[in-house]
Design a protein around this ligand. Structure first.
Ligand code: 3PY
Ligand code: MG
Length: 234
């Protein structure tokens, strides 16, 4: 929701990572900087979803201490290369030097220590959520510097239905989900998927997915508030 305090509170519940969404969510750069620090201090790994085609924010978020970057709508191997170039230092990419917040946040004082460990210590997740991306999924998965594929089931179901439905349980969406998971595993990359809640996340874990988002802060607040109101009126 764009609030560092809410992100910290959610992270303290015990999530291994908390993703700050600056594609659809309300995070701007100032709140991202505070939110990344708040999540880190809560003992969780801060991740950022960047806006569409915004590779400048990829390296900026890493410089601010993000440990994972989700890039939406990675449709081609070229998109994947541009993403990896912004996120990884040579030889994998061309990330520009300047982890001004990341180093102190992570307790580092020696530049070369950060440089040596940054490529392994920061996760790049390429979102597969269009028909074009599905066609190019093997090439995207094979791109050096891409660590994981992350499925956006809502965009994917919108795309596969030609914009007529948003049924994430439709059989064509289900088949695409398995196809993308297989492509990731074949390339030695982590298969991931957005899940609205724990029930769906557990089902996806059984299907071999290993990076799972579970819920969102607004959904948790809405459900919690609605449960209290319901109890009051019962
Ligand atoms: C999608 O389902 O399209 C998403 O981007 C989930 O965050
Ligand atoms: Mg999406």
């Amino acid at each position: 929701a764009g609030s560092p305090l809410v992100a910290e509170t959610v992270a303290r519940a015990g999530y291994e990572a908390a993703i700050l969404d600056s594609q659809h969510g309300l995070w701007d750069m100032a709140s991202l900087i505070a939110g990344i620090g708040a999540v880190h201090h809560a003992g969780s790994a801060p991740g950022v979803r960047v806006p569409l085609n915004d590779y400048a924010t990829v390296s900026r978020a890493l410089d601010c201490g993000a440990e994972a970057i989700i890039a939406p709508m990675i449709n081609t191997a070229g998109d994947a290369r541009a993403f990896a170039a912004a996120a990884k230092y040579p030889p994998l990419g061309e990330r520009s030097w300047g982890p001004l917040r990341a180093m102190p946040l992570q307790g580092r004082t020696v530049s070369t220590d950060y440089l040596r460990e940054a490529n392994d210590g920061t996760l790049t997740l390429a979102m597969i959520e269009t028909r074009t991306a599905l066609g190019n999924v093997d090439a995207i998965a094979a791109t050096p510097g891409i660590d994981a594929l992350f499925i956006g089931p809502y965009d994917l179901s919108t795309a596969l239905s030609g914009g007529t439905a948003q049924d994430i349980d439709a059989s064509e969406v289900d088949e695409a989900i398995d196809r993308i998971g297989d492509a990731a595993r074949k390339a030695g990359k982590i298969p991931g998927i957005y899940c609205r809640d724990a029930e769906r996340a557990l089902a996806m874990a059984k299907r071999g997915f290993r990076f799972l988002t579970v819920g969102s802060d607004l959904r948790l607040v809405r459900d919690g508030a609605a449960a209290q109101v319901k109890a009051l009126k019962a």
